[in-house]
Structures are given as C-alpha cells and as structure tokens.
Design a protein around this ligand. Structure first.
Ligand code: EPU
Length: 341
C-alpha cells in the first residue's frame, strides 16, 4: 500500500489529486488482502482506467486500482461464445481481441477509452449500441465483507450510462471481471446516422463497422493520451417523446435518439453548440472545437475550472431550453479540508 499518492497519471484529465492510500490489485487474492487490511471505517473508492472521472483534490481512505487481467473463453457452441475478461484489461484491446476471433457485438464500442471493469458501471455506449446487451454476468466482490458473486445482466439494472453500481444498492460491489456472450453471427449494427453516412454504400460487415467507428472517433473525439478529456462531459437528457416533440418544434433539427422504457434522448451536444459554446475557453478548460459535448484541458490542473465551466454550460442550456443537463463522468473525492489544504 502506498500513502499520499499523487494521482496525476491515473486520470485522463491529468488533474492533481492525492489519495490517502493507493493499492493496486492484480489478482483476487491481492484484492482480498487489500480489503482485509483496509481500515473498515475508511471509505474505499475504485479506479479503473481513470478515463471517466473528475478527481477532486483529495481522495480520502483507500483508492483501489483494479488491474486484474486475463481473457478466457469459458464456453463455445460454435455460434455464441462466453468470454470472461478481467476488469483491468484495456477496453479497446479487448474489442479487437474479440473481433479478430470472429466474436461479434462490440465493434461499435471500439476505441472507447478505459478498462473493461468500468464498462458495465457506466454501461458504455456508442453508435447505436450499449455494452449491456452483450453482458452475461458481472463478477463482483463486496468491498466490506469480501463476498464474491456473479450478478446476472438483469441484476445489474442497466440504463443509459447507468447501472446498479452507480447507486447505493450496488455501490459496495467491486467489479473484478465481466462475462460477455458474443455471437459469431451477430447482425451488423449500422443504423446510427453518422455511422450509416460513413459506411455509405459499402457492403455491411463487422470489419467495415469497426473501421468506420474508429475513423469517426479519431476525427471527432480527442485522444485522451494527447489531450486531457473524458469524452462526453454531459449525458444526453432523457425525456418523453411528447416533451421531445415540443422541444423539436421550437428547435428544428435537434437530433432525437431512441432510449429505453419509452423515453428518448435528445442531443446535448446540439443544444450546447446552438448556444455558441464550441471553442469557448476559460481557466485552462475549453469546449472542443469539434464537439460541443466534449471539454478538453488546456492547462487546468484541478477539478474546479472543469466543474465551473460545466456549471455555466448547464445553466445556459437550462435557461435557453428548460433542459437540465447532468455530468457524464463520475465526480470522485472532495476538496481538501483545513487539514489537507
Ligand atoms: N452535434 C452538434 N454539435 C456538436 C456535437 C454534436 O450539432 O458540437 C450533433 C451531431 O451533428 C449529431 C448529434 O449531435 O447529429 C449527435 O452527435 P454524436 O453522434 O457525436 O453523439 P452524441 O450524442 O453527442 C453520444 C455519446 C458518445 C458516443 C456518441 C456516438 C453520450 C453522453 N455520448 O454522443 O459517447 O461516442 O454518442 O454514439 O451518450 C462518451 O460517452 O464519452 C462518448 C463519447
């Protein structure tokens, strides 16, 4: 266990934050040991790839960095294969690994930064699919009791960028591995407008979708290795079709996408763009020139300027359109109190 650890290189915004304790675990045995040694009264936070978090200056208690690796083919009936993969694997490497074995379903989610363990927590999604539809089970360990369980897909209560792990009912689970059921004959998913446009008249194939998704992302979304960012900084707001219709009447051209449970998503990027935020820079944080839903770092080293710019955007969207945007990344830690400041 390391103490007073600088987390700058553990988050893609490159924010200066300190964890009281940091433990990296590469096996379940190491995880058990780490949980056993953790002071029970202290909070335990979990960090994966650090690509979807906004770290405040101080992470109290223990920060667990889950680096459990491994990819294993657990079952294969010739069509559907069950693959179990460690939470610490890199998401995009896993997507490619599956693709090259003819195990399909995940191509639309190529190049999403982060770890496999973070994928179910956020229910990552892109270009018309969400990861939940390919998940069979999520392997978890109870951070307090050490109990291990495999949660079925239903038990994970997946929603748009949401799962049980983001709520009190599931906050005690640490994701250690994810089981996917992938399909050699999966239907190619190419109906998302920008993907369809990119594929144009090319014959539909999983290869073509993978290449198109990677090309679109590389064009429009900054690489977190080069430019500090967490992808979308806001979620697309969910609403009823009726409410979306009213909004579209006043804002013709506003893109509306299907969502679950009879709701639709409207494009937050379009609304923010409409208000002229693209390219606006304040205190070392900028709204991307290429995509208004994405904030990029240009010098900021603490969470405050990111949250201040986000807050201004939220207020302006609410006042112009009556729509309240929510942050997409997770906020972790706290501003350092008198003792830590
Ligand atoms: N748009 C604008 N101006 C902008 C940005 C977007 O008018 O500055 C319009 C686009 O023209 C398009 C629509 O908004 O018609 C949607 O844009 P895009 O296809 O880029 O999708 P998004 O809804 O903005 C979501 C995900 C992305 C994912 C893309 C593609 C969320 C919060 N974001 O963005 O995920 O890559 O769809 O499927 O749901 C992420 O979660 O970090 C992320 C990047």
């Amino acid at each position: 266990m390391r103490t007073s650890v600088d987390l700058t290189r553990f988050n893609t915004l490159g924010l200066n934050a300190t964890a009281n304790h940091l433990v990296t675990v590469s096996t379940l045995v190491e995880l058990d040991r780490a949980l056993h040694e953790t002071v029970l009264s202290e909070p335990v936070e979990v960090l994966g790839g650090g690509s979807n978090v906004v770290l405040q200056p101080l992470i109290e208690g223990t920060l667990l960095h889950v680096a459990i690796k491994g990819r294993e083919l657990r079952a294969d009936d010739g069509r559907v294969a069950v693959v179990c993969v460690g939470a610490g694997e890199t998401w995009h490497d896993f997507v490619l690994w599956c693709h090259h074995r003819g195990l399909h379903g995940l191509a639309n989610l190529a190049l999403i930064p982060g770890s496999v363990g973070a994928a179910p927590i956020q229910n990552i999604g892109a270009y018309g699919i969400e990861v939940a539809q390919w998940i069979r089970a999520v392997h978890v360990t109870n951070r307090y009791s050490g109990e291990r369980l495999q949660l079925s897909r239903d038990a994970c209560e997946f929603g748009y960028r949401d799962s049980i792990f983001k709520h009190e009912a599931g906050a005690h689970w640490i994701v250690t591995a994810v089981e996917f059921a992938l399909d050699r004959e999966a239907v190619v998913q190419a109906s998302y407008p920008s993907l369809r446009a990119r594929l144009s008249d090319a014959p539909l194939s999983h290869d073509a979708v993978l290449a198109a998704v990677m090309a679109i992302r590389r064009e429009r979304l900054p690489d977190p290795v080069v430019t500090p960012n967490v992808g979308s900084f806001f979620k697309n707001p969910l609403m009823s079709q009726d409410d979306a219709d009213v909004l579209v009447q006043c804002q013709p051209g506003l893109p509306v996408f299907p969502a679950s449970e009879g709701l639709v998503k409207v494009s937050a990027g379009w609304l923010i763009d409409r208000l002229g935020w693209r390219g606006v820079e304040r205190n070392g944080v900028k709204v991307s020139d290429d995509h208004a839903l994405v904030l990029i770092g240009c010098g900021a080293t603490s969470a405050a300027p990111w949250l201040a710019l986000a807050d201004d955007i939220i207020k302006s969207v609410e006042s112009a359109f009556g729509v309240v945007l929510e942050l997409e990344p997770r906020l972790m830690g706290c501003t350092a109190g008198p003792a830590g400041s």
